[in-house]
Design a protein around this ligand. Structure first.
Ligand code: PMT
Length: 224
């Protein structure tokens, strides 16, 4: 059993982390998903747990083993994830939303497999609940809220807009769409932006190393 090591003065926190993709069902056979492997969120959970914090990891379907001594809650859809985040958020001191939650889901689930017929098949999609925005609307005093921004352009500006819009304390701005970082890669680069104007750039490194750097910054509440 990995002995939890917490630096002097570092208080014990209940940390809720989300990771991985969601799967939005089209019919009993098909779903819409994305390239999230869960590695970033699992690295955060592993590092937080090794620092001696109590970690709950709400995870979509991934192919990696959960870190030891982390409470794992498996989910499938964005709706499932919203339900479990609501449940565990109540007692969390820190919430880090690293999951790639679908923004849209099929407006109607087809209970039978859709037969191959016409050349073009159109599927109507509807918006999913924005879990992070809702957490931002119901802030509990002292609870720290950290989001991620997966962007392909104008990284920092787009991330800053999300931080403001969702009422976050921190946002981890990371570039996606490149092979050497972001989705599925073992490595990542990020710019951490705080609501009081900090901007800290972390160059390409392992997700484990980046997770340690993120946690060393976000565990302290931002005063004012
Ligand atoms: O899992 P890996 O393969 O390691 O890849 C890591 C990652 C690229 C998935 C991760 O670093 C990352 O960027 N996660 C966030 C992906 C994402 O959904 O970003 P976004 O900019 O679309 O969403 C912004 C924030 O809102 C995110 O914190 C997201 O969890 C949250 N969100 C999004 C949609 C939704 N319906 N509800 C949400 O809470």
């Amino acid at each position: 059993m990995q002995r939890a090591v917490r630096k002097m003065g570092e208080k014990h926190m209940k940390i809720l982390i989300t990771a991985g993709p969601t799967r939005e069902k089209i019919d009993p056979v098909r779903f819409i998903s994305n390239y999230s492997s869960g590695k970033m969120g699992y690295a955060l959970a592993e590092v937080a747990s090794k620092k001696g914090h109590e970690v709950t990891l709400v995870s979509g379907s991934v192919a990696i083993a959960p870190p030891k001594s982390v409470k794992i809650v498996q989910v499938e859809s964005a709706a499932d994830m919203a339900r479990e985040v609501r449940r565990f958020a109540k007692s969390a001191d820190l919430i880090i939303m690293a999951a790639a939650v679908a923004d849209y889901t099929p407006a109607k689930f087809a209970k039978d497999k859709i037969k191959k017929k016409d050349e073009v098949l159109s599927i109507k999609l509807k918006k999913t609940e924005d879990i992070l925005s809702n957490l931002g609307k119901n802030r509990k005093k002292g609870r720290i809220l950290v989001g991620f921004a997966a962007e392909t352009s104008d990284l920092v500006r787009n991330a800053e807009l999300k931080l403001e819009k969702k009422n976050l304390d921190w946002i981890v701005a990371n570039e996606v769409g490149k092979k050497d970082r972001g989705f599925s890669s073992d490595n990542n680069a990020a710019t951490l932006i705080s609501r009081d104007g900090k901007r800290i750039r972390f160059p390409l490194q392992s997700k484990m190393s980046l997770a340690g750097k993120i946690l060393s910054l976000v565990c302290e509440p931002i005063v004012g």
